[in-house]
Ligand binder design. Structure first.
Ligand SMILES: Cc1cc2nc3c(=O)[nH]c(=O)nc-3n(C[C@H](O)[C@H](O)[C@H](O)COP(=O)(O)O)c2cc1C
Length: 378
């Protein structure tokens, strides 16, 4: 018999409420944003609405939607990624949030623009060319077109419109996708931003300008009391080992201005939540990315990465099977307030009832994760 995955007495730190501006969360479990590709023509349908509702019915504290894109001609890279603009798509999202609320849940859409990343999985391409700060996919690899001043201004306004629509439809928060090598991250990264206008620059502090303006535009659209989350990562799809900030000082230069611009929470994406961000400074069990982001900025932070599973999500894309794994390390970190919330990706994609099983100590029912889970909205 395997050791218990977590002692049931010790899940209190996972099931403690949290208040973030107008958002009251009943617990610390967040469904991570996961692109599902089930919204043909960009419109989320009843199946998508029920998929999210099932998570709300089963104790997920906050649901973040799959990436859903702003109103720019080439903001998505697959044909069934949902839009967050246009009457039909927004009506679809209204069904989603109404269903989640009816089940007692809370939710925010993840607002996205793919930048110069075309999908590796399909030949499909949008009508307009992919756009990015400097027309490269990764350092030295040309792709698509560089954004003009007008394109940039329009994109910033489109993020704001999407956030305003989220609030209008009744969502509880909004997350801006600034991670994983997509558009906003391409502005952060020196290798993909070689602009010599005010959106570029030799230092990270200079290259945060685009993101800061996006956040200000979002803030102007949603008002002071509506929580705005920003997702960020060191790693990129283009280069898993890339790092924007090699030191805490560099991280402060990166994240400080974004919190000042209006981000209330930082969602710090890493593949394994237990990996120390700067092990040379505080050891291999030291603070993770969300831990450092919280310490340096004072913002609420969300951690993520292989919660409850033995293998990470990039290996899952390659077909690796993961088994349920202990939550003890996670609980210890939550107990010492290293970060505030924990996002759970695949475990919740695979099993809508994962959170309730953890709460009730129903460990025998936890499932292995295999790539079959990507194929449907279970
Ligand atoms: C199928 C799938 C789709 C994903 N799509 C997104 C996305 O749209 N936006 C995003 O920020 N992260 C996305 N991710 C990353 C997850 O949010 C999460 O950070 C990652 O899966 C690690 O968490 P896990 O180990 O609990 O699965 C995706 C991951 C998976 C497995």
């Amino acid at each position: 018999m395997e050791k218990r995955l977590v002692s049931s007495l010790r899940t209190e730190s996972l099931f403690k409420p949290l208040q973030l501006k107008s958002l009251s969360l009943k617990n610390r479990i967040v469904m991570a944003p996961m692109t599902r590709n089930f919204s043909p023509e960009g419109v989320p349908d009843e199946n998508v609405a029920s998929y999210y509702r099932r998570r709300a019915e089963a104790e997920v504290g906050l649901i973040l939607s799959e990436g859903t894109v702003i109103d720019r001609p080439a903001s998505r890279n697959r044909p069934a990624i949902p839009f967050f603009h246009g009457d039909d798509s927004l009506a679809g999202w209204k069904r989603v949030i109404d269903g989640v609320h009816a089940a007692g849940g809370k939710m925010g859409p993840q607002i996205w623009h793919v930048g110069a990343i075309s999908s590796g999985a399909t030949e499909w391409a949008p009508d307009a060319p992919f756009e990015s700060p400097s027309a490269v996919y990764s350092p030295g690899k040309p792709h698509g077109v560089a954004m003009t001043d007008e394109d940039i201004a329009d994109a910033i306004a489109a993020y704001g419109r999407a956030a305003g629509a989220a609030k209008r439809l009744g969502f509880d928060t909004v997350e801006i996708h600034g991670a994983h090598g997509y558009l906003i991250d391409q502005f952060f990264w020196a290798g993909t931003n070689v602009r010599n206008d005010r959106f570029g620059g030799a230092t990270l502090k200079q290259r945060v300008t685009f993101a800061a303006e996006v956040i200000k535009s979002v803030r102007a659209a949603v008002g002071e009391d509506f929580p705005v989350i920003l997702r960020i990562s060191q790693w990129k799809l283009q280069d898993y080992n890339a790092r924007l900030a090699e030191t805490p000082d560099a991280m402060r230069d990166w994240l400080g201005p974004l919190v000042e611009a209006g981000a209330d929470a930082l969602h710090c994406s890493q593949r394994r939540f237990w990996d120390a961000e700067f092990p040379d400074l505080d050891g291999k069990d030291g603070l993770n990315f969300a831990g450092w982001a919280k310490k340096l900025t004072g913002a609420v932070t969300i951690s993520v990465g292989s919660v409850g599973l033995s293998g990470d999500f990039l290996n899952a894309f390659k077909g690796e099977r993961s088994r349920p794994a202990s939550l003890d390390n996670l609980i210890q970190r939550l107990e010492r307030n290293e970060f505030d919330l924990i996002a759970v990706g695949r475990a919740l994609l695979n099993d809508a009832r994962w959170a309730i099983k953890i709460r009730d100590g129903d460990h025998a029912d936890l499932k292995d994760f295999t790539s079959a889970a990507f194929r449907d909205l279970r």
